[in-house]
Design a protein around this ligand. Structure first.
Ligand code: G3H
Ligand code: 13P
Ligand code: ZN
Length: 353
């Protein structure tokens, strides 16, 4: 099956009332683990690559690994998405490479750090929509700013600053209408990486998940019932994975992720794309550390990459079941980029249209 436009995957998820995991990849093992999990759970899925991933893996290798994935699992609706694109040029490059969906993160300036104002965000997002839609490529935009910083991307906001940059539902409505985008990433208090919480459990001293502004999600959904929302920074940072890392020589005190209950509440209120990267990193690193610690005589990379791939697979299966996408791979006839063009009306038809 050729790559599917993300818009179709999200439209179908909305019809079925489920969410779809968008998993970040940098290498072959992650792609294989995601595809095996999607096959075993019968899930449509989104694979995404950040600018850092494209630099690390070199675009051409990733593109061909994804092509191999579609060949091995032709029954799985799969989108290849650019995560946190920072300019029209980066999005254009991804489209030329065959990505069927791009994110233009206009919440930040091209440096990936400075917070953009609303007008600048609308202007760049609209530009990317105008370039992508005539080609049938889907577009995700972001309003509000996330906490945390990954690979140099992010404003590095403190908890207090995050509060000031949560998505404003009224602004979200005009942002969607003015840009014509397909999916809206919202800032509700999540952040990238493994340290999402600052509150401590007074009894155990453990770091608690962040308190998310779920009311913003509910309000946006009420205003725009057809708008597909995206939750970034949605790794759950499971204690069992962090414990393995720490047990085998790692040092990750105070790691904490988003509560799965909050994600599921989001899905009931219009969240359709859930971004997960950190959880697969944790699983793979823990599995590799275990091999190194328990069998120091081993030196064949397959001896630790294999278990790392297996550990990531377990995470993907869990998430696909929890987000509800499991079982939905065969629900619909996949569209091509040419097919989806007709969905977009001449003026640009946003997800709320
Ligand atoms: O946007 C955040 C993702 O986790 C990507 O991270 O830029 O380190 O590849 P990265
Ligand atoms: P995590 O760091 O929570 O996995 O978030 C990933 C993400 O949002 C990628 O865009
Ligand atoms: Zn993100």
């Amino acid at each position: 099956m050729p790559l599917v436009p993300m818009r179709q995957i999200l439209d179908e998820a909305a019809k079925g009332g489920y969410g779809v995991g968008a998993f970040n990849v940098n290498n072959m093992e992650q792609i294989q683990a995601i595809m095996q999990a999607a096959h075993d759970t019968k899930s449509p899925v989104i694979i995404q690559a950040s600018r850092g991933a494209l630099k690390y893996s070199k675009m051409i290798y990733l593109r061909n690994l994804i092509a191999a994935a579609t060949e091995e699992f032709p029954e799985i609706p799969l989108t290849m998405h650019l995560d946190h694109g920072n300019s029209v040029e980066t999005c254009q490059q991804a489209i030329e490479l065959g990505f069927t969906s791009v994110m233009i993160d206009g919440s930040l300036a091209e440096d990936g750090k400075t917070i953009n104002d609303y007008a600048a965000n609308v202007a760049i997002t609209k530009k990317v929509v105008e370039m992508a839609h005539p080609l049938g490529v889907s577009v995700e935009g972001e309003l509000g700013a996330l906490g945390g910083i990954e690979d140099g991307h992010g404003a590095g906001l403190s908890t207090d600053e995050v509060e000031k940059h949560l998505t404003n539902p009224e602004e979200a409505e005009s942002f969607v209408a003015e840009t014509g985008l397909d999916a809206l990433a919202v800032a509700i208090g999540t952040s990238h990486g493994a340290y999402k919480g600052s509150r401590k459990d007074p009894k155990t001293g453990e770091t608690l998940p962040p308190l998310l502004a779920m009311d913003r999600i509910r309000e946006i959904h009420k205003r725009m019932p057809n708008c597909h929302m995206v939750m970034h920074g949605s790794s759950s940072v499971p204690k069992k994975l962090v414990d393995i890392i720490n047990q085998y020589g790692g040092r990750m005190p105070d790691a904490a992720g988003v509560a799965l209950d909050d994600i599921q509440e989001g899905i009931r209120n219009g969240v359709r794309k859930i971004n997960v990267d950190t959880d697969s990193r944790l699983a793979m690193t823990g599995a590799a550390r275990k091999v190194f610690a328990e069998t120091p005589e081993k030196f064949d990379p397959r001896d630790w990459l294999g278990p790392a791939r297996e550990a990531a697979y377990e995470v993907y299966v869990e998430r696909m079941n929890a987000f509800g996408q499991a079982g939905h791979a065969g629900d619909y006839e996949p569209m091509t980029l040419d097919d989806i063009k007709s969905v977009y009306c001449s003026g640009g038809c946003c997800c709320n249209g």
